[in-house]
Write a protein that binds this ligand. Structure first.
Ligand code: F6R
Ligand code: ZN
Length: 196
């Protein structure tokens, strides 16, 4: 019997196993939710271009493990986001973006594949980007809004670890957006002020 088989027999098997490269999670039940273009209506700048596209197109998918209840103080969640390549008009596919409802709760993002930009914004709406690519690790302060943009031609896959009591405030982003947008200009990503 191998050491792993022995561990498994004696109940020491890890509850969740990851497929790092592909964003797979198996073992204990994990949650999974997909976001479509239709669900992101109002987030992209070019609404006319969005209206021409299939509302059922998947923009990204999130899988996460909740070893404790949402809202439990001091716990941690672990998850992955798989963000597809694509554009709505000039704007690259991106996550909705949010700030944590509890502004003291930080988060790590770690990229395994693809090419992206992590858009961050502080409480004064000062906004900037960090490059994401295989191996990049990002520490996001609890009071920084965060959104990921896929500027490449393949899925962008990144893992995340965040507090079970961080929560999500999507309303601030839905109403006011970030201070910048990432658009394709001349075949390359351009960071432009958000004037919408
Ligand atoms: C959790 C977190 C990620 C995102 C995911 C989807 O705090 O930041 O797991 O939830 O990348 O992005 P949103 O939530 O902005 O749709
Ligand atoms: Zn977050």
């Amino acid at each position: 019997m191998t050491v792993m088989e022995q561990a498994s027999e004696s109940g020491l098997k890890a509850p969740v196993s990851l497929n790092w490269g592909e964003g797979g999670m198996s073992g204990e039940p994990v949650r999974e939710s997909a976001k479509t273009l239709g669900e992101l209506k109002g987030i992209f700048l070019d609404e006319a271009a969005g209206a021409q596209m299939d509302a059922g197109t998947e923009v990204y998918r999130v899988r996460w493990w909740k070893p404790v209840e949402q809202g439990e103080e001091g716990g941690l969640f672990w998850g992955v986001t798989i963000l597809q390549p694509g554009r709505v008009g000039e704007e690259y596919f991106m996550t909705h973006g949010h700030v944590h409802a509890n502004r003291t709760r930080a988060e790590y993002y770690a990229t395994v594949s693809g090419t992206g930009l992590l858009v961050r914004m502080d409480e004064q709406r000062k906004s900037w980007v960090e490059e994401m690519g295989p191996g990049t690790l990002h520490y996001i302060r609890g009071n920084h809004a965060h959104r990921v943009v896929n500027v490449g031609n393949e899925p962008l896959i990144f893992w995340a670890c965040w507090g079970s009591d961080a929560g999500y405030d999507y309303t601030t982003i839905r109403e006011f957006g970030f201070g910048i947008r990432v658009l394709e200009r001349g075949g390359r990503p351009a960071i432009v002020p958000n004037e919408s």
